[in-house]
Ligand binder design. Structure first.
Ligand SMILES: *Cc1c(COP(=O)(O)O)cnc(C)c1O
Length: 300
């Protein structure tokens, strides 16, 4: 089993919030666990439960060389006494990334899959082609996407006072966390998603089948905070993350939560939030991914 620490709610104190007569709290999911950090625990928990209920002793999942999901899955599988296989996008590198090194140290078997045959959405095919000896593994979709992931993410809101916040902001990768949170929201709360991938559009439609009809009206998306695309970064983003850290002592990651906080700050500056708004910011973790950028870029 996995020992989880408390994910505390941390109020932001700053001049701009006071000026705008708003409050903001950060839900520090990054503090939940040193390895299975942030939303990945919530996305994994019901998959692991389902694997156990199906009497599987191996999980198989997918990701890239810096994947928060891969490292979380490797750790969680070991904690549950299960074996794990990670199908990793790309050719086997001469040197493993710190993420993969750690996943391997937790016992995950790494199988590299050249990009042209990597199809995380065609799991059955991949499994047959690459790991015939793993036909019996329990497959967890890349990033913990899907029904069990959404169900787990709905529980994120059980960590904060029910219905207190007027707005909830979170980053969007697969949208699993966003839709899980939206479905668990009060119906009066606005749930704002910040996609970290370029070119996402019309997500209300894309996610239609995952969102409870009575919660649809609460969904809002801002598409222009991706900083060039997935895992792309700009000097402005890194500068913002450093400034945010100096002001709040909260570290962020450059793939998801840095972009989220930057979006929030921009929306606040542009008077998106009416006076009296109580904003909840989901710090979904992912700090280990910062080891993929040059040392010294960040002050934390
Ligand atoms: C995976 C991840 C996300 C994205 O979650 P989705 O459910 O895929 O949208 C956001 N933040 C962090 C830190 C993550 O690791």
């Amino acid at each position: 089993m996995i020992e989880l620490a408390n994910a505390n709610l941390e109020p932001l104190v700053c001049k701009r919030l006071r000026e705008k007569e708003c409050t903001a709290d950060v839900l520090r999911l990054d503090k939940l666990h040193p390895v299975v950090s942030g939303n990945k625990w919530f996305k994994l928990k019901y998959y692991l439960q389902d694997a156990i209920d199906s009497s599987k002793n191996t999980i198989l999942t997918y990701g890239g060389a810096w994947s928060n999901h891969i490292i979380a899955a490797a750790y969680a599988a070991r904690a549950y006494g299960m074996q794990s296989v990670g199908i990793i996008r790309g050719e086997a590198p001469a040197l493993l990334s710190p993420t993969l090194k750690l996943a391997s140290a937790y016992g995950m078997e790494l199988v590299f899959s050249p990009r042209n045959s990597y199809r995380s959405n065609d799991a059955a095919l991949l499994e047959q082609q690459i790991v015939p000896e793993r036909q019996d593994a329990y497959i967890i979709p890349e990033g913990g996407e899907g029904m069990h992931g959404r169900r787990g993410c709905g529980e994120i809101l059980s960590l904060v006072p029910e219905g207190y916040h007027t707005h909830i902001l979170c980053a969007i990768g697969t949208g699993t966390m966003f839709t899980g949170i939206l479905n668990a929201s009060s119906g009066k709360q606005q749930v704002i998603g910040i996609p970290v991938l370029k070119g996402m559009r019309d997500l209300g439609k894309t996610y239609e089948n995952w969102i409870n009809p009575d919660k649809r009206a609460g969904a809002v998306f801002f598409y222009d905070y991706h900083q060039g695309g997935y895992a792309k970064r700009t000097p402005e983003l890194l500068q913002f993350m450093n400034e945010f850290y100096r002001l709040t002592a909260i570290p962020t990651d450059f793939v998801y939560t840095g972009k989220l906080m930057m979006a929030f700050t921009d929306l606040l500056t542009k008077d998106y939030f009416k006076p009296g708004s109580r904003v909840l910011l989901i710090h979904s973790g992912g700090l280990q991914g910062n080891s993929s950028i040059p040392a010294g870029s960040l002050e934390f």
